[in-house]
Design a protein around this ligand. Structure first.
Ligand code: KG4
Ligand code: ZN
Length: 346
């Protein structure tokens, strides 16, 4: 089954063709980061306008790079949520129109589930059935959660952030350090020359049980807002003096606090019953220090570490088309009337 996937949930405009959930024939992504950079974050109005302008070109490219004609498309899939409503609507409307015109099923996909599925794209990727059950750390600009995966569609949310997402912590921290947007990759690069123990930032401690956490274990939940405040106060007391060494030390220490908090919860999650692997997906899983720390955590627990290929970590449409091809549409049928859901849960 050749699925054309469409992804517009935030600020990447993407289209891709994937065969039978695994073989990626094309994956085209337009990043709007240059448009949002001057504002230090994603501006929803600008994002949706840019999707409208760019999506038709991405879809054309995806179909032609796949060496296909329109008639070769067997189904159209799109992310219906979670994400920015005005952005989701662009991709879903395009997918709906295409599915009707081509007379093929429209498949609704959960964006977070697709991030997890990105681990299994391309021929040399691990096979899902060989790594079940596993623990997935989902870390992006909008989400931070720990999920126990028993199979496609079988997820237990073990923990999540109670305030900022890990990517947001990187982006806001970089902003405070005057480093530009998006902050994650810049902090990653800047931190390489720094000492991660130069400044001791808080790691979010252990959260107290509270009704907001539902049934989740507080030891597996995250909090990053205190860290951001700690950085703000630190920089007030110790203004950056233009020295590269100082900047690198602050960046490395700040990164270490985020990564330490993520790694520590992964370690605890791996003790929650027998699992075969630890996985990390989403934009923040590109972080070099996080990859190092997770490799240690996985080795300690004698489980495999699974990471998506770098081009499938950040938002892309191959993960959307892949998950659809694996039979994991939300409705499992063509549902032209289904609406987007900006708060869709896993
Ligand atoms: O998954 P993604 O592309 O978009 C969302 O669905 O949110 O993730 C974007 C986030 C941004 O916050 C960005 O700063 C972060 O991923 N990010 C990184 C790195 N590359 C991207 N964070 C830390 N280190 C990186 N190398
Ligand atoms: Zn995402």
């Amino acid at each position: 089954m050749r699925v054309l996937g469409i992804e517009t949930s935030c600020d990447e405009t993407a289209a891709a063709v994937v065969v039978d959930g695994r073989d990626v024939l094309s994956s085209c992504v337009f990043s709007q980061v240059a448009l949002h950079g001057p504002y230090g974050g994603v501006v929803p109005e600008i994002a949706s306008r840019s999707h409208v302008q760019t999506l038709p070109r991405m879809i054309d490219q995806a179909v032609s790079k796949a060496g296909m004609e329109w008639g070769d498309v067997d189904a159209v899939a799109a992310a219906f949520g979670p994400g920015l409503a005005s952005s989701l609507l662009v991709g879903v409307s395009a997918a709906r129109g295409l599915a009707q015109r081509l007379d093929v099923p429209l498949i609704a996909i959960n964006h977070m589930e697709a991030h997890i599925y990105s681990l299994f794209l391309e021929e040399n990727a691990p096979r899902l059935e060989d790594v079940l059950p596993f623990i997935a750390l989902v870390v992006s600009g909008g989400h931070t959660m720990l999920v126990r995966v028993e199979g496609l569609g079988q997820y237990t949310l073990l923990g999540r952030t109670v305030d900022d997402a890990a990517g947001e912590a990187f982006d806001k921290g970089a902003n405070l350090m005057g480093l530009g947007y998006p902050g994650g990759p810049i902090i990653d690069r800047t931190a390489k020359a720094g000492n991660p123990n130069a400044v001791r930032f808080p790691r979010g401690g252990r959260l107290k049980a509270n009704p907001m956490l539902g049934g989740m274990n507080p030891a597996l939940c995250f909090s990053f807002s205190g860290l951001k405040t700690a950085l703000l106060y630190y920089l007030r007391e110790n203004p950056l003096d233009g020295s590269e060494e100082m900047l690198a030390n602050v960046a490395a220490s700040y990164q270490e606090a985020i990564v330490g908090s993520l790694a520590q919860r992964c370690r605890i999650a791996l003790q929650s019953g027998e699992v075969h692997a630890l996985a990390a997906v989403g934009g923040v899983s590109l972080n070099g220090r996080l990859r190092e720390r997770l490799a240690e955590v996985a080795e300690e627990a004698s489980v495999r570490l699974l990471l998506s290929k770098p081009h499938y970590c950040a938002d892309n449409a191959a993960m959307i088309a892949g998950l659809a091809g694996a039979g994991q549409g939300i409705t499992g049928r063509s549902d032209l009337a289904m609406d987007i859901d900006p708060n869709m849960r896993l």
